[in-house]
Structures are given as structure tokens and as C-alpha cells.
Design a protein around this ligand. Structure first.
Ligand code: GAP
Length: 460
């Protein structure tokens, strides 16, 4: 079984791997960057897409009580008045009278500026919503906001979805999309940024059934991370104290992950009561209540809201998957990403780039496999270096085509986690890989790595 490093990885190691290998780049880098904005490179975009697809599969495809939605980012601004964001989505800020640095109030100790020790101003509320204008005239009547959460677009479509899908409670509406917050203290790489992607579900339930269904969602969402290989000891559920609860929330838990900067929120799961549908009914004048045919009564459903971040998940999965070990006196860095999340599933490695027949065979295999998965062809440098490169980007399997392959039409499959190698006929390669990637695994390792039935002998 592969050794699993117990040493926690620091953020700099992850940031540097992400830059070096094409997971995440600093945004607008040629112009000196833009504070806390990041771009997903060729591998990062695959990872994030795999996370979103896994979320969609678990929450929409494999459930019959949740449907999808893709609502607009810019909504009628009245929606943000009704939701409470225009009045209340703010952080208290102070300015230092000496050095003019601006701080969130919770960063201030003893009324002094943390940077120069100067006196600070009285706190003022700073709204976190990005404001802009729709159309050519910059006037109060054309002010609109970039959404700070995807949730409100779901509430606004509650009746549309209800009537078109003829759903009965309980049922949910889910969406994935960008949200924007003018965060005062962004940072910790892609943990807190001003532009980010959320994966949110608003699950509508009959009042009185909310507490049990809330517990079911807590379990389902916690297990989602575990099933994708996240280490249990790095995950916990933390209930919000009464003083922490948002004004609309009846109860709330955070799924927290042990990031390098400490336990921090990965996902929030709230019982929002009937606040949202009631507010939108009041402000729009449209009745958003639900008619319960069995009980023959109208009421406003309660809402259970599991709200996750795609970027924060990507960061947590990267940190959790990172491992180092020593192989033949050299450091081997590995991303033990679950095969479902790995950006590249299989690397195709011809042993020699100078043999025409070998290249032809490798290219044929490449063309065959890329119809099913993201596959990478690599014929540069020694085979050992190529294995290390694939280990570091988290590719679960490498297929090596060697001189023997030209004779016996067999190739070697090498596993990232155990480094074990097996030789299989090219004719059955695709099926063998499919079995391995789809879960022929006999043991899921604590970091998402997997051991396969057929692997006994470890190579390099
Ligand atoms: N609709 C409820 C809601 O938006 P939230 O706790 O403010 O709740 C939910 O956000 C999730 O969105 C967080 O758990 C986090 O994963 C992600 N998120 C929030 N703000 C973020 C930011 N500035 N950068 C990256 N992700 C963020």
C-alpha cells in the first residue's frame, strides 16, 4: 500500500504546483495581476469541471427530487431588496486615520490600526455587492447588481419550475454558476475571491418535515466529499451558534475542511425557513405559496439550502490529494486525486520517440482512448520523468508502449498510487481501464488513491 504522508501540505506548495503544472494562474499576470483573481489553466478547468459534474450527478442525475436551473446573473434589482442584500449584505469597515488603510472591524484590536497602530474611524457599513448600470445611462434607475449568490435566481423561478414539472413537496432546484462579492479581505489563494462559482440547492419542504430533511442533507453533503476521496479526519460539521445565524436561518451547519490556515468553511447548509418565498411574494405581489392537495391548504414551504463553492472544493481536493514520498532516494510528489476528479485519466507514453512503428501504435491507442476520457500523449524525456510528471498532476494511469509491444501487441498499465504495473493486450486495454476508472477498486485509500485487484507488484 502506498505510503501516505502525514505532514500537512502548506499553501505555497499548492500554489506553486498549480502555477507550474497549469492548474491555476494568477489572473492578468502580464499586467501585474489583479488582487486575488485567478485563472484556471488547462488542468484546473478539467478539475473544476469534474467537481461540478460530480456534484450535478449526485444531486440531480441520481436523485428524482431535484431539478436543474441556470438563471441570469443580473436580476431585477428589486430581488436584492426583497432578499435583504441591499440593506444587509455588508461588512463593518474602519479606516486608519494615520496610514489610511481600510480594515474589517473584526481585524481591529484595542481600537488601533493593525498596521501602524494609529487611531481608526468609527465603523461604516460597506455593501459587498458589485454594483453597475444596465444600459447606456448611468443613473439611479438603471442600477443593477452582480449576484452575490445563485440562490435568489432559484427562488424567483420557484413557480415556473413547480408548474412546468408538476412537482410535489419535497423537491429541490439546483444550479451552478458564478457569484460576485466585493470581499474586503479576499485571500488564501482560491479560498476567498471576489468572483467565484457556487453549487447551490434550494430544497423546498413542508414545514414540520424540515428538521428531519435537514439532517438527511447534512449527511448526504458530508458523504459527497468522502465518496470523492477526501480524508475524514480533515472534514467536520460545525453547527452555527445562535449569534452566528443569519437573520433568516433557523439552523445552519458548515462543512469545514482543515485548510493550511485552519478549519474553514467549505459548504454551508442552512434551514432558511419560509423567509425567501414570503419576502419575494411580498415584494413582487405574486403569490409564491404552495397548494398542498392532500392537506387542501396553501402555505409557504420551508427551504433547506446546501450551498457549496466549486473553487473552495477544488482547493480542498488539491490539498487533500497532495502527497510526497521517497522513491529510490528521490522525492515523488503525487496528487492522489480520486479518478473521477483527475483532470487527465490516462497518459500514453511510447518508450522511444524515434521508433516510427512504436509511435504509430501509441498514436492509435491515443486516438482510441481519447474518445472516452481526457488522455495525454507524452513522448518527451525519460520514462521515469514522464511518470513523475503524471504523478504530480494526478493522472491515475499511464500506458507504456515498448519494443515488446510491437511483437506481442501488449502494453503496460502503471498505477499512480501503487506504481504497480500490469501487462494487458491492446485489444482489451480500453475495457481494463474502464473497469479500473469506474471502480474495480478493492480499497479506497484515505486520500482518494485506490488499490486495484490486479496489482501486487510495485514498480517505479
Ligand atoms: N446562498 C447561501 C450562501 O451564499 P455562503 O456561506 O455565503 O452561503 C456558500 O456561501 C459557499 O460559497 C461557501 O461555503 C463557499 O464555498 C462559497 N463562497 C462564498 N464566498 C466565497 C468567496 N468569496 N470566494 C470563494 N468561495 C466563496
Amino acid at each position: 500500500m502506498p505510503r501516505v504522508s502525514t505532514k500537512p501540505v502548506d499553501m505555497d506548495t499548492i500554489v506553486s504546483l498549480c502555477k507550474r503544472r497549469g492548474y491555476v494562474f494568477p489572473s492578468s499576470e502580464i499586467y501585474g495581476g489583479l488582487g486575488s483573481a485567478w485563472d484556471y489553466g488547462p488542468l484546473g478547468v478539467e478539475l473544476k469541471r469534474n467537481i461540478k459534474n460530480a456534484w450535478w450527478q449526485a444531486n440531480i442525475q441520481e436523485r428524482d427530487d431535484v431539478v436543474g436551473l441556470d438563471s441570469a446573473i443580473i436580476l431585477n434589482p428589486q430581488a436584492w431588496v426583497a432578499s435583504g442584500h441591499v440593506q444587509g449584505f455588508s461588512d463593518p469597515l474602519v479606516d486608519c486615520k494615520a496610514c489610511h488603510m481600510r480594515w474589517r472591524l473584526d481585524a481591529i484590536k484595542d481600537g488601533k490600526c493593525p498596521s501602524c497602530g494609529g487611531e481608526v474611524t468609527e465603523p461604516r457599513q460597506f455593501n459587498l455587492m458589485f454594483k453597475t448600470f444596465a444600459g447606456p445611462v448611468e443613473e439611479a434607475a438603471s442600477v443593477v447588481y452582480l449576484r452575490p449568490e445563485t440562490a435568489q435566481g432559484i427562488f424567483l423561478n420557484f413557480q415556473n419550475v413547480l408548474t412546468t414539472t408538476r412537482r410535489k413537496l419535497p423537491f429541490g432546484i439546483a444550479q451552478i454558476g458564478k457569484s460576485f462579492r466585493n470581499e474586503i479581505t479576499p485571500g488564501n489563494f482560491i479560498f476567498r475571491t471576489r468572483e467565484f462559482e457556487q453549487m447551490e440547492i434550494e430544497y423546498f419542504v413542508k414545514p414540520g418535515e424540515d428538521e428531519k430533511l435537514f439532517q438527511d442533507w447534512l449527511k448526504a453533503r458530508f458523504n459527497w466529499y468522502l465518496n470523492l476521496g477526501m480524508r475524514k479526519e480533515n472534514l467536520r460539521l460545525r453547527q452555527h451558534g445562535k449569534d452566528e445565524l443569519a437573520h433568516y436561518a433557523r439552523d445552519c451547519y458548515d462543512v469545514e475542511y482543515l485548510f493550511p490556515m485552519g478549519w474553514s468553511e467549505l459548504e454551508g447548509i442552512a434551514n432558511r425557513g419560509d423567509f425567501d418565498l414570503k419576502q419575494h411574494s411580498k415584494h413582487s405581489g405574486k403569490d409564491l405559496s404552495y397548494f398542498d392537495e392532500e392537506a387542501k391548504q396553501h402555505y409557504f414551504p420551508y427551504v433547506i439550502e446546501p450551498s457549496a463553492g466549486a473553487d473552495r472544493s477544488a482547493l480542498a481536493f488539491l490539498i487533500d490529494a497532495y502527497d510526497e514520498e521517497e522513491v529510490k532516494g528521490e522525492k515523488r510528489a503525487i496528487l492522489r486525486l480520486h479518478p473521477t476528479l483527475a483532470p487527465i485519466k490516462v497518459a500514453i507514453l511510447p518508450l522511444s520517440r524515434n521508433n516510427e512503428e512504436m509511435n504509430k501504435q501509441a498514436k492509435n491507442i491515443y486516438s482510441m482512448l481519447r474518445k472516452s476520457w481526457m488522455v495525454q500523449y507524452d513522448d518527451a524525456q525519460s520514462i521515469g520523468r514522464r511518470y513523475r510528471r503524471q504523478d504530480e498532476i494526478g493522472t491515475p494511469f499511464a500506458v507504456t508502449i515498448d519494443f515488446q509491444s510491437l511483437e506481442d501487441k501488449m502494453v503496460t498499465i502503471r498505477s499512480r498510487d501503487s506504481m504497480a504495473q500490469i501487462r494487458v493486450p491492446i485489444a482489451t486495454l480500453s475495457d481494463t481501464l474502464k473497469n479500473k476508472l469506474d471502480g474495480e477498486a478493492i480499497e479506497v485509500l484515505p486520500v482518494g488513491g485506490v488499490m486495484w485487484k490486479s496489482e501486487e507488484k510495485a514498480g517505479s
